[in-house]
Design a protein around this ligand. Structure first.
Ligand SMILES: Cc1cc2nc3c(=O)[nH]c(=O)nc-3n(C[C@H](O)[C@H](O)[C@H](O)COP(=O)(O)OP(=O)(O)OC[C@H]3O[C@@H](n4cnc5c(N)ncnc54)[C@H](O)[C@@H]3O)c2cc1C
Length: 301
């Protein structure tokens, strides 16, 4: 079904979240990623009796949808890189001095200086620490993630019987059903408090857990008292307009700045990676909409 036909009766929800879904549906459609189905609440309740659909008007279902296993994906990329002869090191890098529009090396924690033709800084929420002129344009926010346990053998909340879901409600809660022996994941996409990603405590808050439980009571009542099996506190690296950044450092043409995923950077990684490699190798300039200029023009460095 065409996205416009799907969304034509979105009505009162045609605000921020409505636009978000509209864009998603267009992207799915343009990417030729398989069918989208519009389901009535009655259809939904029949397919997924473990969800309570109170106050829901209808839903969009993408039968071919799924989730990405981030840790395994990163490991696969690293192994492929090593196999091709790449060298991987874990160290903190400090940008070196800039002269004649070029950075003269970077310094590692050990004191070692590395020299290269080009340098790519993809430091996520730390970009504003590494380059202070970026601090006003990258805002790290605290995000909490909860994994709830289910009774042994209860498959209703695992990927066997439940798709990945997003609730287009007042708060944008989303979740991934239990998989790979992990619990039922839920999180609120609402931007949390602004934090320092280096020093932030990684303990969930009592309020966050209460909000997650209250949400479970609303939509997944059988899990309302499920034990919290695991939790994560991480950070979104929000750019001012929530779009990616890929550009030269304004004062060093051999330095590239990549980031601004704004909570959606992982799934775009392979596509953005190709754009970054084309830009660094001088094969194709990066898209203008990812330029630093769009963010910097209001506050010149
Ligand atoms: C709760 C949560 C849910 C999310 N859900 C999704 C989702 O469903 N889909 C999606 O696509 N994305 C999601 N994201 C966003 C995604 O995780 C990020 O957009 C993505 O990780 C950004 O990748 P990155 O490589 O730019 O930065 P990061 O993954 O933050 O990596 C930056 C790296 O740079 C390193 N670094 C920083 N400073 C230095 C330095 N000076 N020297 C050396 N190394 C340095 C850091 O240690 C870090 O390893 C989510 C994020 C959170 C927090």
């Amino acid at each position: 079904m065409e996205p416009e036909a799907l969304l034509s009766d979105w009505g009162a929800l045609d605000g921020g979240h409505g636009r978000f879904l509209r864009t998603r549906c267009h992207a799915i459609n343009e990417g030729g990623q398989g069918p989208l189905e519009k389901l009535s609440v009655a259809d939904c309740a029949k397919r997924w009796p473990q969800i309570k659909f109170d106050d829901v008007s209808w839903s969009i279902y993408e039968p071919d949808s799924g989730y990405l296993a981030a840790r395994r994906a990163c490991e696969a990329v690293l192994n492929a890189f090593l196999k091709e002869g790449g060298e991987y090191r874990q160290a903190q890098a400090t940008p070196g001095p800039v002269a004649a529009n070029r950075m003269q090396g970077i310094t590692l924690t050990s004191g070692e200086i590395l020299n290269a033709d080009s340098y790519v800084f993809a430091c996520g929420p730390w970009l504003g620490r590494v380059f202070s002129f970026l601090a006003p344009h990258i805002t790290p926010t605290r995000q909490e993630v909860f994994f709830f346990g289910t009774a042994a053998g209860d498959l209703r909340f695992t990927e066997a019987q439940l798709p990945v879901w997003i609730d287009n409600g007042k708060h944008l809660f989303y979740g991934i059903p239990g998989n790979h022996w992990r619990g039922f994941k839920i999180a609120d996409d609402t931007r949390g408090p602004v934090i320092d990603p280096t020093t932030m405590e990684r303990q969930i808050s009592a309020e966050g857990l209460a909000a997650a439980r209250s949400y479970l009571r609303l939509r997944f009542p059988a899990l309302a008292d499920a034990p919290l099996a695991e939790s994560r506190v991480c950070q979104y690296e929000n750019s001012t307009d929530q779009n990616f950044i890929l550009d030269h450092h304004p004062e060093a043409e051999n330095v590239w700045i990549v980031g601004g995923g704004s909570g959606h950077g992982f799934k775009h990684g392979p596509a953005l990676g190709e754009i970054v490699s084309d830009a660094v190798l001088g094969l194709k300039p990066p898209p203008r909409e990812l330029s630093l200029g769009r963010l910097l023009k209001k506050s010149p460095i």
